[in-house]
Design a protein around this ligand. Structure first.
Ligand code: NCD
Length: 306
């Protein structure tokens, strides 16, 4: 039997495939009815061993909008993982119940194991502080739709760059598009991990680091805000000290470009003031719609449905 195609990292998709997924998402936007029974008779299973609201519901909503069905474990405490079952056993079993599996796991690399053992495609919906490829698909489509391009942009990534898996996946993806400049905005303790810094250096791309959002602001075409990842901290004191380092408000936006796009993978805690929600530059709620449409495209791709 040939091994099913899984997506664990954004690098599992070629640039052409990402382009195709975005074009399909645009077509879904234009004519959702055309897609409403593409996955009829197919079952998607979500297994989430970590909290999630939008990612799980967005996958489930995506499958339902394609005419498919969904089965899911309510949370990790009510699944057999709580009894000590291994990830590989869990996916082997679910492979017999579903045509495609979406998995979130606190352990980095768990989706690689799942993809090796599964008889059906596995999509990584976030593994620890590592990767979150489908959030990246949402981010790319949001940038393409709001800026009209994915290259020639100055992109600021701000907040918890150490533990924020959405940042790591987004950087890997954006490096495929030429002529972008990156400003990494983080407190010293939450700088990008070494392996991501190495990737940036090797790529020869123009990138710099600062602790100052004010310094970066006037330069930016895209500002990607992130939450400080409380659950990945070893000690509560550090979290409390760092959690409110950056709070984006209307005052800080005064020096920003008038066509800036503000993204955030959500959930937001304090890092964007609610007053910013009414600013036309705020794109983070729109980003969740882009995420659903990209997940619809990806499900079809992995199931071989045209
Ligand atoms: C992100 C995640 O889970 O990594 N959320 C999401 O999927 N949209 C970001 C976060 O939790 O901060």
């Amino acid at each position: 039997m040939t091994k099913p195609r899984s997506v664990v990292s954004i690098l599992d998709l070629t640039t052409d495939e990402i382009e195709m997924l975005m074009n399909t998402a645009d077509d879904i936007e234009a004519d959702p009815e055309k897609y409403s029974s593409k996955c009829k008779g197919k079952i998607l299973s979500t297994i989430f061993f970590e909290p999630s609201t939008r990612t799980r519901l967005s996958f489930e909503s995506a499958m339902l909008s394609l005419g498919g069905s969904v089965i899911s474990t309510a949370d990790s405490k009510s699944s057999s993982a709580a009894k000590g079952e291994s990830v590989s056993d869990t996916v082997r079993v679910i492979s017999n119940y579903a045509d495609i599996i979406v998995m979130r796991h606190p352990k980095e690399g768990a989706p690689v194991v799942a993809a090796m053992k599964s008889l059906v495609p596995v999509i990584n919906a976030g593994d620890g502080g590592h990767f979150h490829p489908t959030q990246t698909l949402a981010d790319l489509l949001t940038i393409r739709r709001t800026k009209g391009k994915l290259s020639g942009l100055t992109i600021g990534l701000c907040g918890d760059l150490m533990f924020g898996r959405t940042v790591h996946s987004l950087i890997e993806a954006m490096l495929r598009y030429p002529d972008n400049r990156y400003i990494m905005i983080a407190p010293n303790e939450l700088r990008l991990p070494e392996y991501v810094r190495e990737t940036l250096d090797k790529s020869g791309v123009n990138w710099e680091e600062t602790e100052s959002l004010e310094y970066a602001m006037p330069e930016l075409d895209v500002l990607y805000m992130t939450r400080v990842q409380k659950e990945r901290f070893f000690n509560e004191e550090d979290y409390i000290r760092l959690k409110d380092t950056y709070i984006l408000d209307e005052e800080k936006l005064k020096s920003a470009k008038s066509d800036l796009s503000i993204l955030h993978p959500l959930p937001r805690v304090n890092e964007i003031s609610v007053a910013v929600d009414d600013d036309p530059r705020a794109k983070y709620f729109y980003q969740t719609l882009c995420g659903k449409q990209m997940r619809m495209s990806l499900i079809m791709l992995l199931l071989g449905i045209q």
